[in-house]
Write a protein that binds this ligand. Sequence first.
Ligand SMILES: [Zn+2]
Length: 162
Amino acid sequence: MVVADKTKEDILKLLSQIADPEIPVVTIQEIGMLRDVNISDDGIEVIITPTYTGCPAMGIIEADIKALLHEHGYDATVKLVYNPAWTTDWMTDEAKEKMRKYGIAPPTHSSCGDIAAAEAEIACPQCGSKNTEVVSRFGATACKALYKCNSCKEPFEYFKCH
Ligand SMILES: [Zn+2]
């Protein structure tokens, strides 16, 4: 095990290329899941805070992290930390913009005080119209709601506030 020549920054940089399986244009770093890295003689410990509990993506992310570090010759363990809980505040503005271009409406408010009010005026990622309505509170996964735009008639997903 040769981890001594690698710094925490090196490892974080390496891990920052891992995409969120749910939103492949956004990395686990940009979305705020990648919290920390601990390097010891035993290997590398990666600290991850899941976005939404119950999201099936976590298993994939854990496997991706281990596979990537293994490829570079490191043994890694992934530790899930739930406290403090992940919030959409940890998502970078860049990530939100990428998400919108990808066709998923990003969380509107950084912290969702009044969720009902915030979710009543979600802008369509296609045309920007706020004349949208909820089709289903749960989309393909629990993290997203399914919306429909009344202006361009396109359906879209909205990444819920949290
Ligand atoms: Zn639209």
